[in-house]
Design a protein around this ligand. Structure first.
Ligand code: NDP
Ligand code: 2IT
Length: 447
């Protein structure tokens, strides 16, 4: 049999030719191809149906102009996209990101990952991602509202509760989903769950805000429990200061860990003795106000390291929760050399390819985002069910369901990734997600 790397190299040649200048997308496909092609090659029906090659081409990409007026009355023009990647096992589902770095490559990588992540949740959800190159930094609430309304004036005709259900991602939180849902409702003249992450008073699910960060910690607890260990007393380094980072920090503290960092693009906040909830609240307030974390109050007992990363702090556990490719080979070496034992991705693809190889080769436990950060979209799935049934679940009920779903993802991933005493969570996640989608595709015939 050919080596997985040879199969992947041959497969990627064609993908590369057809997706020039899309490095993030190529990175995401290459990683899945490496793990999944040996399975596909050994199953004549899946090989003949060219499942992975078909999954590597989005169903469609919708791109549009977004025109809006800023507070000075000046006309602003942005680009918007929705990458509807796959609706094989359910309606297109995935977040919206507003950031100047957003382009087709970034949204295609995120949409591709979302297919496998959503399949792993066990819920009937397809894969998609969208967003805009709009930069909300320094923009007033009115400007953000006008932008969201202009964005939805275009996107609105392509989404719906059984068609495509967007949610939040970087810089798209409860406030933005409120503006987007308000605009959608007005345009369609109908009230239904075409977006998730809504406010609690208009169809939003309890715990959706917390779900990604809390789910990440539940997943890490499953990884540790597998080795008879727990979070109690562990030093946890976290990057980012947004939704995922702050809720992961909060839950890690609840479960007895010491959170020693949070960060943003200005640098890292370090708390050698562990952060308190008060620090997390202060960081959240900075994020909400669009401010950095350079000047924490002296009473917090934390220090700010200008421009620094948190990966050399000697953490037991590292949770990158900021953005893609934030950990390169040097940062990965820092993790290994400072004694970190476990890396779980809260962000999507925060380790670049070289970094993944370094941490895996050094024997660290490594959980990919498509498994570890799936709690957010899973609770989005529950929000869709609640909307369809016109009911509302209690927070403790949703939290219990989240813990159960993360345990299910862990166990499905482990079942495919176990190799003797070791568990390859990346391979397990890729194969478990692939098998579910491939089975459905095979049932549909060639379409
Ligand atoms: P937020 O907008 O809430 O927060 C993102 C934060 O990350 C920002 O404060 C930003 O800092 C910081 N950041 C960006 N780049 C860097 C960097 N290079 N170094 C340090 N900090 C950085 O986004 P989310 O928390 O929602 O998303 C974070 C990640 O999690 C993304 O990869 C997203 O795709 C993923 N994710 C999110 C889910 C969700 O439900 N929200 C679900 C699953 C995954 P600054 O303020 O300086 O720009
Ligand atoms: O990356 C992700 O999984 C998200 N941003 C959440 C997607 C969702 O539909 O809740």
């Amino acid at each position: 049999m050919s080596r997985p790397q040879d199969l992947a190299d041959a497969f990627m040649q064609d993908i590369r030719d057809r997706n020039e200048n899309q490095p993030e997308f190529l990175q995401a496909v290459a990683e899945v191809a490496h793990d999944v092609l040996p399975i596909e090659k050994n199953d004549p029906a899946l090989a003949a149906a060219k499942i992975l090659a078909r999954l590597s081409e989005p169903d469609r990409i919708i791109s549009f102009r977004v025109v809006w007026e800023d507070d000075k009355g000046e006309v602003q023009i942005n680009r918007g996209w929705r990458v509807q990647f796959s609706n094989v096992i359910g309606p297109y589902k995935g977040g919206l990101r507003f950031h100047p770095s957003v382009n087709e490559s970034v949204l295609k990588f995120l949409g591709f990952e979302q297919i496998f992540k959503n399949a792993l949740t066990g819920l009937p959800l397809g894969g998609a991602k969208g967003g805009s190159d709009f930069d909300p930094k320094g923009r007033s609430a009115n400007e953000v509202m006008r932008f969201c309304q202009a964005f939805m004036a275009e996107l609105g005709r392509y989404i719906g509760p059984d068609r495509d259900v967007p949610a939040g991602d970087i810089n798209v939180g409860t406030r933005e989903i409120g503006y987007l849902f308000g605009a959608y409702k007005k345009l369609q003249g109908e009230f239904h769950g075409a977006l998730t992450g809504k406010g609690r008073t208009f169809g939003g699910s309890a715990m959706r805000v917390e779900a990604t960060g809390y789910g990440l910690i539940y997943f890490v607890e499953c990884m540790l429990a597998e080795r008879g260990d727990s979070l109690e007393g562990k030093r946890v380094a976290i990057s980012g200061k947004g939704n995922v980072a702050s809720h992961a920090a909060e839950k890690a503290i609840c479960q007895g860990a010491k959170v020693i960092s949070l960060s943003d693009t200005s640098g890292t906040l370090v708390a050698e003795d562990g952060m308190s909830q008060e620090v997390i609240e202060w960081v959240r307030a900075r994020k909400r106000a669009g401010e950095d974390i350079t000047s924490p109050p002296a009473t917090f007992g934390v220090t700010f390291r200008d421009g620094a990363l948190p990966w050399d702090l000697g953490a037991d556990i590292a949770l990158p929760c900021a953005t893609q490719n934030e950990i390169d080979a040097d940062a990965a070496k820092s993790l290994v050399e400072s004694g970190t034992k476990l890396v779980a991705e809260g962000a999507n693809m925060p380790l670049n390819g070289a970094a993944v190889d370094i941490v895996r080769d050094a024997g660290l436990l490594y959980a990919p985002g498509k498994a570890a950060n799936a709690g957010g979209v899973a609770i989005s799935g529950l929000e869709m069910s609640q909307n369809a049934h016109r009911r509302s679940m209690q927070a403790d009920e949703v939290d219990a369901e989240l813990a159960k779903i993360m345990r299910g993802i862990h166990d499905r991933t482990m079942a495919e990734g176990k190799d003797g005493d070791s568990i390859d969570y990346r391979r397990g996640a890729n194969i478990a997600g692939y098998r579910k989608v491939a089975k459905a595709m095979a049932s549909y015939g060639i379409i």
